[in-house]
Design a binder for this molecule. Sequence first.
Ligand code: COA
Length: 254
Amino acid sequence: MSIKTATLNGVATIEIARPEKKNALTLAMYRAMADAITAAAADPQVRALLITGQPGIFTSGNDIEDFMRQRPVDAAEAPSFAFMKALLACDKPVVAAVTGAAIGIGTTMLLHCDFVYVSDEARLAMPFTSLGLVPEFASSLVVPQLMGNVRAAEKILLGDPFSGAEAVECGIASAVLPAAEVVPHARRVAERFNALPPGAVQESKRLLRRARAQVALETIAVEGEVFARRLRSPEAQEAFSAFFQKRKPDFSKF
Ligand code: COA
């Protein structure tokens, strides 16, 4: 199992642990994360959630082999949807400890966490277009809201990577910390919720998200349809093949 879960001192930790593939997320891993979030949300012992990766890597995003195998299923049935829906529905505070690269859904999921601590080595990226794909899980809505249209174009149309410091500056991350301090700090923040009344915290989180909740779900549905179609496109297939053949993709024929 490449997702490890543990509950300690009121904090449910979800650890992405597939370092040999740079923590790329498989269908089974999305399912495990969705189940872990749903269980933590229902567990009265849990006051906050912590999502983390491995030293040097948070996640390299969706497993590209799984992308290649994707059959024409309804996007809403994909395990990645179950994971993101559980994350969006979670009323308990979610803290992310980003210990290294956070690519694709690795960055997208941070847009839906409440506290995001990044290491000084972290690189974030949403390289959807270079994979023949489009933004997902409301990133086309939230990224321009956070950083404005012109910076969103750099990050989403060009897929330019950005540092933890830039993530803080544009409101995606809470703070940059030395690598060794990211997880302990994130855990301390999560544990602070043990001293706060859980009902007030959860109702406050719902209120903070209320204005965006419905439009985010609608955006996710629209993005999902386009994303599922793009996955089967010759452009995406060329990008995926190039990744595994360790060569530059050739988009000149499209
Ligand atoms: N899906 C499937 N396998 C992946 C992967 C992914 N998203 N990311 C990395 N891997 C695999 C590599 O194929 C390689 O496998 P191998 O050892 O069998 O050849 C292994 O993980 C190590 O990756 P490698 O690229 O050699 O590591 P690196 O340190 O040079 O680079 C990354 C790390 C994260 C920068 C690089 O792996 C990368 O760009 N990954 C793809 C990111 C991406 O486009 N994700 C999809 C976003 S929508």
